[in-house]
Design a protein. Sequence first.
Length: 520
Amino acid sequence: MIISCSSFDISFLLALTIILVITLFILKQKLSKTAVSNLPPGPRKLPIIGNIHQMAGDQPHRRLTDLARKHGSDVMSLQLGELSHIVISTPEAAKLVMKTHDVAFASRPYLLAADVLYYGCKDIAFAPYGDHWRQMRKLCTLELLSARRVESFRRIREEEVSNLVASLTAAAVASLTRFAAAGKPVDLTRMVSTVTSAITSRAAFGAAFGKAQELTDAFMMVVENISDVLAGFTISDLYPSLKFLPSLTGFKAKLEKMHKASDFVLDQIIDEHKSRRKGGDGGKEDLVDVLLNLQEKQNLGVPITMEVVKAITLEIFLAGIETSTTTIEWTMSEMMNDSRVLQKAQQEVRQIFGGDSKNHFDETGLHRLKYLDMVIDESLRLHPPVPLLAPRENRDQEVGFGSYEVPINTNVIVNAWAINRDSRYWTDAERFFPERFIECTTDYKGNYFQFIPFGAGRRMCPGVSFGLAIVKLILANLLFHFDWTLPDGQKSVNMTESFGVTLRRQHALHLIPVSHGGVP
Ligand code: HEM
């Protein structure tokens, strides 16, 4: 659900240049047709590739921030292959895109991977603005990801998180017996990812046992690489007029293979649900059941076909896991580097839920953890999991943008990572300081454009409650049941980022859990 330019392969590009030169004349003609006299400023572009060379590397959010400082601090033009882009880097310009001109910029640019994997963009995130998107979005808000639905998955979250606590406790015990005083680190990234996957798959497909569990495992395997190809534009997307490129590079064949595999498992998941429903064993309603109910009723303006059911199921599954895992990883990392914050957050959760680690707590008291809320907000500010949001496009009209003109079919990149650190809005903006939210009315709900980890406007993330319910419960449990230390010889947690589907940590987070109140 993000735009990534990290996959640009420079050597591949050079080889392609020979072919591209042949089309130079055609391209030039195309580009001159869209030329507008008062485009936003931007760096000089090279023939054919435009500014692609300036995006090479693995930190596009930082590159765009640097480029914007030099060439267009509010809004900057960028040419990537055949596609015109503008890059938004301040809250004021973000407000113009996501509020003033929200409708004009409400579409998404075409991405070949989304077209193939989501049955012709029949999902929500990549669907162009129009009737299908409107209906699916409404469905999401009212049915699939509503507060009532999120609450209905509470048992699943609590069960899976208590499994995580049990595994960590076992690791703490085992390491103490083997290493006496010093504990052994666990791969917290992997453990958290396992539990977010388990919660999301149970919510989406149901029971964590029997055939359903087998199918979930199979699905996990086939979708493993799907997120990566959806992460951003590829060379084929940047040169849409060169229709032969996806086949020539083998990208299309790769996508079709992935699609075939995921479609096969999705079909089985749906068949399993159908036969369970026929047999009268409704069980607890999961998201596939909700979609099938709606499909049977068919009383909606745009019909819900089986392809729509599969596209939405796949999307929710992919959207739920990476974003929540990334948020938890960064929040723990920041707290490990600031023991004051870690202790304060631990004190709060232990005071509210009772200091004994053998106590268990459910979600009902989580709203009382005000300091933890601020810690999560601060983590989302500095480490927005989707740092460039999802790209938008003005498909139908040219847009007057302040004193500039944005030509029709321009892709819009909103650099939320840079915006969330704007020093005009945030004092000591680079510092992790949760207390800044005590007096501050700013929140992530899309009304304050200096803080947009979930985006804003019509295309804002509909999964906020679903995602944060997982994040908060897991963090509260990690803080309540364990004290945490760094592995031997490590003075602080390395905060190097890795840009991909989400802005993850480059290295998995390894920490030593020590059961709070002693090992039972
Ligand atoms: C911490 C967790 C999450 C973060 C930080 C996050 C962030 C985002 C962002 C930045 C966008 C793009 C918004 C824009 O273009 O303005 C987005 C879109 C979306 N998210 Fe999330 N997300 C999270 C969790 C979830 C979950 C759990 C789900 C579903 C289960 C979900 C489903 C979606 C969908 C369907 C869209 C596309 C919306 C549209 O295009 O209309 N997200 N998310």
